[in-house]
Design a protein around this ligand. Structure first.
Ligand SMILES: [Zn+2]
Length: 182
């Protein structure tokens, strides 16, 4: 028994800060509805400990080994935040360009006076106004992830520096100009 407990614990094959982790997942809401999942045979990858996953999910993956599965429920506070009823605003329809399709559920990028863009989705359209909801569509939702770890390895210094996972097979150096602001 003692041996079994030690297998994988704390070694390079368990998820820890600086690990490149590959995992498959299914994401459900409280209702059981599946709203997202990884594609069969194409696990997601990320570098652990860099805040690339929802905090409530990343925390729970720490220490897991390849082949392990886990169900992780994440409260709204650790996911996309509580639902803010005041973040729903009605705008006169005349503010929107004529001919612009306005459909419920559409996501818009709305600029403020300084030109910062905020994401909102259309909640309601009437003849006079368009109601925009600035909450994340998953705000207020508890998220249930079913996760299976399919690979763990230490990140390379280059990956740690870039803050993302490089492909297994290619020494690719992709164009970083956009993300590094060159
Ligand atoms: Zn890179």
């Amino acid at each position: 028994m003692a041996d079994q407990e030690n297998v994988g614990a704390g070694g390079e094959n368990t998820v820890q800060d600086g690990s490149v982790v590959h995992f498959e997942y299914t994401l459900r809401l409280d209702s059981g509805e599946v709203i997202d999942h990884s594609i069969e045979g194409e696990p997601l990858s990320y570098i652990h400990g860099q805040g690339q996953l929802l905090p409530g999910l990343e925390r729970e993956l720490t220490g897991m080994a390849v082949g392990e599965s886990k169900n992780v429920s994440v409260e709204p506070e650790d996911a996309y935040g509580k639902y803010d009823p005041t973040a729903v605003q009605a705008f006169p329809r005349s503010l929107f360009p004529e001919g612009m399709p306005l459909e419920v559920g559409m996501v818009l990028h709305v600029p403020d006076r300084e030109g910062n863009l905020y994401e909102a989705y259309i909640q309601e359209v009437t003849d006079e106004e368009v109601v925009l909801n600035f909450n994340h569509p998953l705000a207020g939702q508890r998220l249930h992830f079913s996760v299976r770890i399919t690979g763990v390895r230490p990140a390379t210094p280059e990956e740690l520096e870039h803050g993302h996972v490089h492909g297994e097979d290619s020494h690719h150096h992709h164009d970083h100009s956009t993300e590094e602001g060159e």
